[in-house]
Design a binder for this molecule. Sequence first.
Ligand code: ADP
Ligand code: MG
Length: 587
Amino acid sequence: MSVRRLIVLGLALAGATAPAFMTEFQLIQMNYIGMGALIALGLVMLTGVAGVMSFGQQVFAGIAAYATAVLTLQYGASAWTGLIAGLLIVALVSVFLGLITLRLSGHFMPIATLSWGLAIYFVFGNLDVLGKHTGLSNVPPVSIGDIALNRPGLAYYLIWVVLIVLLVACSNLLDSRSGRAIRALRARAAMAESFGVDVAQMKLAVFVLAALLAGLSGWFYAHVMGFVSPTAFNVQAGIDYLFMAVLGGAASVWGALAGAGILTVVKIHLAGWMPAGAGTSGNFEIVVLGLLFLLVLHRAPRGLTPLVAGWLPAGSPARTVPVSPVRPLARRAMPSEATVLEVSGVTKRFGGLVAVNDLSFEVRRGEVTGLIGPNGAGKSTMFNLISGALPRDAGEIRYRGERIDGLSPARIAQRGIARTFQHVNLLGRLSVLENVAMGAHLRGRCGMLASMLRADRDEERRLLAEAMRQIERVGLAQQLHAVAGSLPLGQQRLVEIARALCADPGLLLLDEPAAGLRYGEKQALARLIAELRTEGLSILLVEHDMDFLMGLADRVVVMQFGQLLTTGTPNEVRVNPAVIEAYLGAE
Ligand code: ADP
Ligand code: MG
């Protein structure tokens, strides 16, 4: 048995028997930790993973707590009815707040969470029906059958079983198709969109998930404490929860538990640890916690979990890997039209600069079309226009005869266009396998709930098998589990290509795929591209290495200053005086 397993088993045993040896006071602390960890878990997903900072999670706890208190006290409902009603209200409120908050950018988003945090706290403290500043007391305990969980040692079991189930569920979620999309939200949203992720919808889903976790915590709070008052849900509490998430390590679900544990214990004992005469007022506590916060951000910006994980023996990569043969994913039919892509009169301006100027060209079926031109000619901008990453100012782009200009990147990906990025756009901390599997996002169906329940494993194995196939294809089989960010740049480009192939495209856009590759790697890449063409794939290729490009392309489009200079076969283009002039002039 591995050391890790032994540790987990020991902890589980200690946890299960805790009420036998812990004092009532300690059990109350454990319940606090569990309730805090639920909110922190939501923040790990929302802030740590998805990059959305919220100071307002306590509001959702408050809403569910007040909802269940009012229902049980004033309407005689059971706590379970209170739970369902509370979570429903939290879901509705969080969808509403999410819709208005998540579209804000930069600092405005956390500020918005602060402001509704303050506003709703004010509502809690001023509504008669909610007991104003004194709140509501004598909230009944939760009952399971005939057993009322009216002692800390009983409530402890419910809180911790639910917490651990949800920790596992969230960890499952991160290790799935949806999880890959969620992890791309923070820094790679544009990439995720180009592979079909609806970024706005995904962010909202994570926001609602975090709110529901907070709501669940609030429901526990009301029934375990027996009262609800506004102070438990003020902005200070929101900052504490955020601190818990950061302290534990904002990108690790188990960090939520560690963070909640440390912060709860420190807060309870802080007054006792203070030198005599330092005062016992709450203000002092804020100063100490603030200093602690700074220390963590400074010395362990990724939280404490990575530090602790570094001391433990490494666990085996517990990810699902397709060992047995799996049913391959369905493939799309290759385009049957003679002209796959048609760009007509497209213009893109950046302020006064016309990056692409009235450009027209086409990509024919089963051909490699080279797009060349001096630096700054507008090639990458043209890629961004085709893939929908940028809106065009004029002109039309047709894929398989249908207009795609004006569609979102996710829609365009759905139609069958996949791309690589000139500046590699990978999730640096994830493995090559996970990065490439991202490309197959649209070939899976399972959502967040299925992933949490592990009902997605069959599909996940098929997605990963496809990713493995493409990784082998680009020659990176040895690097399957390597962290993508640790690879040399040339290999990172190959990961980009494998990811694009994973989307099973009908048109592949490659932006300088050979940059940074060594001679042998370039030859292998050229062979791969030729092979893809044989399979009927149409490819638009931007490349600076002329030998590489001219040896591959069936047709070459030459751009200069955003305009079309000429187009023709490689041999025609090579001897064209205007092209020679443009390149000599550039050099
Ligand atoms: P290429 O890929 O051919 O080297 P680009 O398409 O990257 O050229 O750039 C074309 C021109 O547009 C350059 O002058 C570049 O500085 C400018 N440009 C590209 N992207 C942006 C942007 N997002 N904002 C402003 N200018 C841009
Ligand atoms: Mg470029």
